[in-house]
Design a protein around this ligand. Structure first.
Ligand code: GDP
Length: 478
């Protein structure tokens, strides 16, 4: 809430005219109905020897959960943010490098490339932001922390290979995030390349090329020979145009930490993506449980910036500690407030680490259903063979208890991987292992993320367990 000079006088049991006089004496011209800022309040209170306890509304502590509300008129088009995913060795890194070299923002050619977690290119005088860490694990790990950074995903498939397990994972991860997909069929320079085969295989995952009557854009490229890159960039712009990505640049900045580290010379540095508003040098901000004031800001060409608008990646210094990748950041009116919020967030973080488990489990599923909080149970299926995974998928899809349905967000053959567990965590899903177990790496993440993983070897028992859980009849396991 806001406080006027009159309100302040009342709180202090003083005459408004006296407070106005004091303010004037402190160099602040004010009338009785004028709002006073925190600094003035503290000054005046100090004058009268009154202690002020600064209380901040809870929503400011959880600023990442507050939805941005902007007037339509304040919104301007912002560059799309793109992540590249796909199977190992299909050319993600090569493609990222090739795109970076293809098109350099005008006037910034010759700048020294800086690794700041993301970069921007310009085509047809429009910008596109690429996240520099390829792969769906990084993507979904951010999502598990509550950060939705990517607008569009590029799924890279090598035309001399085909759809591989990590391709399927990438598709599931992108779909679970409701992220539009463009398929880049890579390595078309190779004699054995077969783009049609890739398109055919992709239809099995509901990615049907436009020329076959579907609505998925396929682009044939060679990252190595730099063929088709402009076309790919134009297609990204097309998808961006359709989805009308917009933001309000004229307000305090808010966004996500992409990377952060302790630099020997510079101290804590954070590489952030501005998503709303504009970040300026001198801004006080909170990042995760850390706070600071932007001392310097550098872009992906090593250029110093005074200001960075929506979809711009920048590296900032001026933090007191190192935040985590995926942490939200937001600018506040002054450093005192930023510090107070960061401190309270740190305390709350410690409390939730000890206590509550917010992930869905079969044991508490019925409570969520009863309270009308859940209409779908997200499930990931991993089985020893593809046939079993398909059979389970079919049976689970038929379950309908009290209007709640099972939604399979990913299924496949093989052990339960860390990536499966992260996807489950980000999508509030349970994992069913059919004749398979978690990989050792995944065991740790299951613990960490408190994901409910159920192992089975008989199909009807899986169905039975899920049905019982939906009806609240599951016998607790001790
Ligand atoms: P990532 O694991 O998906 O990041 O794949 P990389 O970018 O590391 O590429 C794996 C290998 O494929 C490397 O040896 C690349 O040189 C090669 N490669 C990538 N793109 C192409 C391409 O378009 N054509 C050919 N012939 N080779 C490529």
């Amino acid at each position: 809430g806001t406080l006027t000079v009159g309100d302040l006088a009342k709180l202090l049991h003083k005459d408004a005219s006296e407070v106005i006089k004091k303010l004037l004496f402190l160099g602040v011209m004010a009338t009785i109905n004028q709002e006073v800022d925190m600094d003035a309040i503290l000054l005046i209170a100090g004058e009268y020897g009154v202690e002020v306890e600064v209380k901040i509304p809870v929503e400011e502590d959880n600023f990442e959960t507050v939805e941005e509300v902007d007037e339509e008129a304040d919104l301007v088009t912002r560059p799309p943010v793109v992540t590249i995913m796909g199977h190992v060795d299909h050319g993600k890194t090569t493609l990222l490098d090739a795109i970076r070299k293809t098109s350099v923002t005008t006037g910034e050619a010759g700048g020294i490339t800086q690794h700041i977690g993301a970069y921007q290119v310009e085509i047809n005088s429009k910008k596109i932001t690429f996240l520099d860490t390829p792969g769906h694990e990084a993507f979904t790990l951010m999502r598990a922390r509550g950060a939705q950074v990517t607008d569009i995903t590029i799924i890279v498939v090598a035309a001399d290979d085909g759809i591989m397990p990590q391709t399927v994972e990438a598709i599931s991860h992108a779909k679970a995030a409701n992220c539009p997909i463009i398929v880049a069929v890579n390595k078309i320079d190779k004699p054995e390349a077969n783009a049609d085969k890739i398109k055919q295989e992709m239809t099995e995952y509901e990615l049907v090329p436009e020329e076959w009557g579907g609505d998925t854009i396929f682009v044939e490229v060679s990252a190595k020979q730099r063929i088709g890159l402009e076309n790919l960039l134009e297609m990204i712009l097309l998808v961006a145009e359709v989805n009308e990505y917009k933001a309000n640049p004229n307000k305090r900045a808010r966004g996500t930490v992409i990377e952060a580290e302790l630099d020997k010379g510079k101290g804590p540095v954070a590489r952030v993506l501005v998503q709303h508003g504009s970040l300026k040098v001198g801004d006080a901000f909170v990042a995760g449980n850390c706070f600071g004031r932007v001392r310097a800001m550098v872009n992906d060409r090593g250029r110093r910036l005074k200001e960075a608008g929506p979809s711009t990646p920048v590296e900032i210094t001026g933090l007191t500690e190192v935040p985590l990748a995926g942490d939200p950041f937001m600018v506040f009116e002054d450093e005192r407030k930023a510090r107070a919020i960061a401190e309270r967030r740190a305390i709350k973080h410690r409390q939730t680490e000890i206590g509550a488990n917010t992930r869905v489990t079969l044991d508490d599923l019925y409570n969520h259903i009863k309270e009308g909080e859940m209409k779908e149970l997200n499930v990931i299926i991993k089985a020893d063979v593809q046939g079993s995974a398909e059979a389970l998928k079919g049976s689970l899809a038929k379950i309908d208890v009290e209007g709640v349905r099972v939604k399979i967000i990913h299924s496949g053959a093989g052990a339960i991987t860390e990536s499966d567990v992260i996807l489950a965590s980000a999508s509030n899903a349970i994992v069913i292992g059919f004749n398979v177990r978690p990989e050792p790496q995944a065991e740790y993440t299951i613990e960490q993320e408190k994901v409910d993983v159920r192992m089975h070897s008989i199909i009807y028992k899986v169905i039975d367990e899920i049905e019982q859980a939906m009806k609240g009849l599951l016998e607790p396991v001790y």
